[in-house]
Design a binder for this molecule. Structure first.
Ligand SMILES: Nc1nc2c(ncn2[C@@H]2O[C@H](COP(=O)(O)OP(=O)(O)OP(=O)(O)O)[C@@H](O)[C@H]2O)c(=O)[nH]1
Ligand SMILES: [Mg+2]
Length: 253
């Protein structure tokens, strides 16, 4: 069976206002991709809307229904597993459902994945930025980024971005079941594991827009959990528990 090109994982919790428009825009892109929504039994009926879209676009829209809100990190992992084993993805993207990550940047990210193992849609490289974000949101992101870079030695500019493209070999190299963050800090942990394994990481400038519809799911508790994750990884780094491997060259078939 030929490898499918790219599977875009979209985790959702109460995104009924956004999901139809997002899927329509994704399917209209001039690149071949499939979408896999991971919905946590959203009370607003997001899962049902995705089922309808899946019936309209067989083979292009897939969905995982989970019984309740189990966290962003575990949603990504459930998506990665299905994308790799059942959908035979050669590349896996992750993005938010709220249009903060605009689909128009995807073709450039896929292009860069010819020469990089992991591509980040980045606010903090030249040409990137944030639109309509409150100063609180900008500060939160900047502080989280600075701490992650300082304590974990991360080299990417945007370390907390959820807009990413992983080549298949990156994801199969990571013991997904051993990742301990279940929420937003999953992103930092994943990046740390990728960098330590020697995968090459590139960034494409994106304009991040604050969500126009629906509500944020970031709670104070998530922020504390993220701080804990960074400290935990920092001690692992200090104790040399996470071996650092040499840079791996990118190989294309
Ligand atoms: N399946 C699943 N999806 C989630 C969960 N928490 C958040 N999401 C989704 O993950 C994406 C990011 O969540 P947001 O609330 O937009 O978080 P954010 O983008 O960091 O914060 P905002 O700036 O407020 O948008 C969205 O598509 C959410 O619907 C969860 O527990 N389970
Ligand atoms: Mg968002």
């Amino acid at each position: 069976m030929p490898l499918s090109p790219t599977v875009v994982i979209v985790p959702t919790y109460n995104e009924a206002d956004n999901i139809r428009d997002l899927l329509t825009q994704l399917l209209a892109l001039p690149v071949e991709l499939q979408v896999l929504v991971v919905d946590d039994n959203s009370p607003d009926g997001t899962g049902k809307l995705v089922d309808e879209m899946a019936a309209e676009h067989p083979g292009r829209v897939h969905v995982i229904h989970r019984p309740g809100k189990l966290g962003l990190g575990t949603a990504y992992i459930a998506g990665f597993k299905k994308a790799l084993s059942e959908l035979d993805a050669s590349r896996v993207m992750t993005m938010d459902a709220d249009f903060s990550h605009n689909p128009r940047f995807i073709p450039a990210m896929i292009d860069l994945s010819q020469s990089k193992h992991l591509v980040i849609g980045s606010r903090y490289v030249q040409g990137g930025g944030s639109l309509n974000c409150t100063w609180k949101r900008v500060m939160l992101s900047r502080i989280a980024n600075m701490t992650a870079k300082l304590l974990l030695g991360l080299k990417a500019r945007d370390t907390t971005a959820g807009f990413r493209l992983y080549r298949r070999e990156v994801l199969t190299s990571i013991p997904l079941d051993k990742i301990f963050s279940s929420g937003y800090s999953f992103l930092v942990e994943m990046l740390f594991l990728c960098q330590r394994r020697g995968w090459q990481i590139g960034e494409v400038p994106i304009i991040f827009e604050d969500r126009r519809k629906g509500k944020t799911k970031i709670s104070r508790q998530e922020i504390y959990k993220a701080q804990y994750t960074i400290l935990r990884l920092f001690f692992r780094r200090l104790r040399r528990r996470e071996p650092r491997q040499a840079a791996i060259p990118v190989s294309n078939p």
